[in-house]
Design a protein around this ligand. Structure first.
Ligand SMILES: Nc1ncnc2c1ncn2[C@@H]1O[C@H](COP(=O)(O)OP(=O)(O)OP(=O)(O)O)[C@@H](O)[C@H]1O
Length: 222
């Protein structure tokens, strides 16, 4: 479980958000929504220990490791690594043959889980947008996370490809009780895949059941 108590973040005199109070239960699939600049990325950075909170508390059990899938960015056609080599980048280098054997097993399992086994030897640069994004997802799964954060990971993918990626994430959520936090500006995906939204409004965070999520919550700006 993740719990925030009066969590506040300021950059200098600029208050990004104040007095956030929320709980995220293990195995939940929820969206984190709100206008540009409302604090979504800042909040997940605090969760990942990359940014410091200003006041309040954020409690995450130590065993709840976090995997992070970034926004889709295209990769050059001549990028030199294969899909499998790219996924391996997140493994720690080891000289131990036993550890290497375990790593090989792990990579095999992750490629299988993410549906990348068939194309593992293909140059990543020549893979489709959806396949590239699955490779980022596979990297995020390497450390056996209990919480997966998707940071606008479906933005700029075709609708069908977005759905395929989200179907895969949903399967992982259900099979492994993975907690999924989906940062998004996509109304349709929020409605289809998540049960609940945390909505940034007026520098605070409101908990909204998915049936009450409306399109105007996704309007850009502030
Ligand atoms: N390191 C920083 N120093 C100063 N201000 C920052 C820093 N990081 C973020 N901010 C500011 O904090 C606010 C929240 O930014 P954040 O990136 O968390 O918003 P967001 O909701 O993720 O936006 P978007 O939907 O556009 O990605 C913005 O006003 C941003 O300019």
């Amino acid at each position: 479980m993740i719990e925030a108590k009066n969590l506040t973040k300021q950059f200098g005199s600029q208050v990004v958000f104040q007095n956030l109070n929320f709980k995220i239960q293990t195995g939940e699939f929820l969206s984190l929504i709100g206008p540009n600049g409302s604090g979504k990325t800042t909040l997940v950075k605090i969760m990942m220990g990359l940014e410091k909170k200003s006041h309040g508390e954020l409690i995450i059990e130590p065993a709840q490791t976090i995997g992070y899938v970034p926004q889709f960015r295209n990769i050059d056609l001549d990028y030199p690594l294969s899909v499998e080599e790219f996924v391996r980048l997140n493994l720690k280098f080891t000289l131990s043959p036993t550890k290497r054997q375990d790593d090989n097993e792990l990579i095999k399992e992750i490629l299988e889980k993410t549906g990348l086994t068939k194309i593992k030897d293909r140059p990543l640069g020549l893979s489709s947008g959806g396949e590239k994004q699955k490779a980022y997802l596979a990297q995020a799964l390497l450390n056996n996370p209990k919480i997966l954060i998707l940071d606008e990971s479906t933005a700029s993918l075709d609708v069908e490809v977005k759905m395929q990626l989200m179907d895969l994430v949903q399967e992982l959520n259900q099979k492994y009780k993975l907690t999924v936090i989906f940062i998004t500006h996509d109304y349709e995906l929020t409605k289809k895949y998540t049960k609940r939204a945390l909505f940034f409004k007026d520098k605070t965070l409101i908990e909204v059941p998915v049936k009450d999520v409306s399109e105007d919550m996704f309007e850009m700006g502030g």
